[in-house]
Design a binder for this molecule. Structure first.
Ligand code: ME8
Length: 519
């Protein structure tokens, strides 16, 4: 079986990780864990993008060598992965030898095939910003904005990659592979973009302007342009692992789909004679009050603050539950608290408390067998079978937000079942029939809880483990088998209590007060 190879974008290290970075890692982790559960052999790679002008400038500003600077920031990104329970198999950095070697090999291969040529490039250059400007950068009156300082027209020799000669091939490829990009409406945007003729891609920068990059193997006076370096990470991370390439999915944000991932990358690979990936998943943006959260706008949220306050699982749950993959979502603390309180603390947390508390009170802490199967039990079991099947199909189609909604609806129904059976009343009766119903209700609620947390374990891995532990349960090796309603918990000794999603501290509650319910 071909391994399921999934990647995230590699993050720029010119700033600290923010919510957008955290989301992408969590989303990819949820897909990776789900595919492992489904029996795939998964390879999951993430990493950091460490070359380029901005990194060089940030290091200079701090007065430290660039390598020292990238070592520090890259470590920060890796620390975030640990805090978020990300299950990546590898972490690639573009300053590593194993990566640089592959970039240079590919460049040389393309150069030898005649796909790269040298030409003069004429354009307007800002020395202050150290970049070429485009017509669209001009102010309406034709002048250049203040931030660019002095702008001069210069001519510079550079290396170009023959992107244009592959335009038809790419259009044809996309037409033949309709599901190359998820969501599919983004594939249409790529085809729209390809209606205009492509320009060949300038892939070099003179070293006198940019020192911090990978030198071109055929002309060491130049370094390679950052996309040509960064995109290759997906390939260099697995080049020594037989059978892993091509990637199954690259998970990226919509801002880097066109042209880098949907145009440059397939053409680079095809031109170099390397198979192209199976697909690209382009997620949307986390916004704050309608604006993209980013380092430069200063509205970036530190994801680790939320993890410290609420735990990794609550954070993961919120991101996956709230965002429809591909679309944008506004992040508000209020909405976070609404979901935290109503779905995790009340719905799931409540069922855990009731199960442990009543099993302890009425059954000496040992889960009994269900010996009645009436309409109430049967309809919950039927709902389970439906929920499970729909949930899996939704996850296969990356509709995780709806999948979680279904899982929550099942928990809501389970809590409603408990209300109807009212084991606290049955526990006071000595009638044999009531005692049988008591045993049945305890067994039913525990089994429903076990199943629900097994179902969502790729989203909430630590919570599922904790709940299994207090239920005295060790999960089996095959996830799909775990999802069958049964009697696995009979005779299991449970713990008396578990604090899972504690009530937020008062200031956080304040923030949660005016929370409007979202559809
Ligand atoms: O683009 N919401 O790095 P990066 C959701 N190094 N996702 C967001 C986001 C937001 N507000 N802001 C950023 C780069 N992202 C390159 C990638 S890949 C070969 C090279 C996502 O640090 C963004 O869309 O700017 C991208 O997928 C990832 O975070 C890294 O962004």
């Amino acid at each position: 079986m071909k391994p399921f190879y999934i990647t995230t974008a590699i993050d720029y290290v010119n700033g600290s990780p923010h919510l957008g970075h955290a989301y992408e890692k969590v989303l990819t982790d949820v897909i990776a864990r789900f595919r492992r559960q489904m029996g795939d052999q998964v390879r999951f790679v993430t990493g950091t993008d460490e070359h380029g002008q901005k990194v060089q400038a940030s290091a200079r500003k701090l007065g430290v060598p660039p390598q020292q600077f990238v070592d520090q920031v890259s470590a920060e990104f890796r620390q975030m992965l640990t805090r978020l329970e990300i299950s990546n198999d590898d972490f690639i950095r573009t300053t590593e030898e194993r990566h640089k070697k592959v970039v240079r090999d590919i460049l040389q291969r393309l150069f030898d095939k005649g796909e790269i040529y040298k030409a003069e490039y004429r354009g307007f250059y800002s020395t202050r910003q150290e970049q070429f400007l485009q017509e669209k950068d001009r102010l309406p009156d034709g002048s250049w904005p203040e931030i660019f300082g002095e702008v001069t027209e210069i001519t510079e020799s550079n290396y170009f990659f023959k992107l244009r000669s592959y335009q038809e091939w790419l259009v044809d490829f996309l037409n033949k592979n309709e599901n190359f990009i998820f969501p599919s409406y983004r594939q249409k945007q790529v085809l729209e973009f390809l209606k205009e003729p492509l320009n060949d891609l300038c892939i070099s920068r003179p070293r006198e302007r940019l020192e911090w990059g990978i030198p071109l193997p055929f002309d060491e006076k130049y370094v390679t342009y950052v996309w040509f370096d960064a995109l290759v990470n997906y390939y260099s991370a697995v080049v020594d692992l037989p059978g892993v390439w091509p990637a199954t999915y690259h998970v990226i944000g919509k801002d880097i789909l066109v042209p880098p991932h949907a145009v440059y990358w397939p053409i680079m690979l095809h031109a170099a004679g390397i198979p192209v990936p199976q697909g690209i998943i382009a997620h949307g943006w986390w916004l704050q009050r309608g604006a993209k959260m980013s380092k430069s706008t200063g509205n970036a949220l530190n994801p680790l603050d939320l993890v410290t306050e609420f735990g990794a699982d609550a954070f993961r749950y919120f991101l996956i539950r709230e965002m429809n993959v591909g679309q944008d979502s506004d992040f508000t603390r209020e909405q976070f608290l609404v979901r935290y309180n109503s779905e995790l603390a009340n719905n799931l947390g409540n069922l855990v408390n009731r199960t442990l508390n009543m099993t302890t009170r009425f059954a000496g802490g040992v889960l009994p067998a269900a010996d009645v199967n009436e309409d109430l039990e049967r309809s919950l079991q039927e709902l389970w079978a439906k929920t499970r099947d729909e949930f899996i199909a939704l996850c296969e189609g990356f509709q995780f937000h709806t999948a979680l909604e279904r899982a929550m609806a099942f928990l809501t129904e389970t809590n409603a079942y408990v209300e109807k059976r009212a084991p606290w009343k049955l526990g006071k009766s000595t009638e044999a029939k009531d005692q049988a119903l008591l045993r049945t209700s305890l067994a039913t609620m525990a089994e429903a809880l076990r199943l629900a947390v097994a179902l969502i374990q790729h989203v909430t891995p630590a919570t599922t483990k904790k709940i299994n532990a207090v239920l005295g349960y060790t999960a089996g090796a095959t996830w799909r088998d775990e999802l069958n309603w049964g009697s696995r918990l009979n005779g299991s000794k449970v713990e008396p209590a578990l604090v899972l999603f504690p009530r937020p501290t008062p200031p956080a509650l304040e923030a949660g007060k005016p929370a409007p319910k979202k559809g």
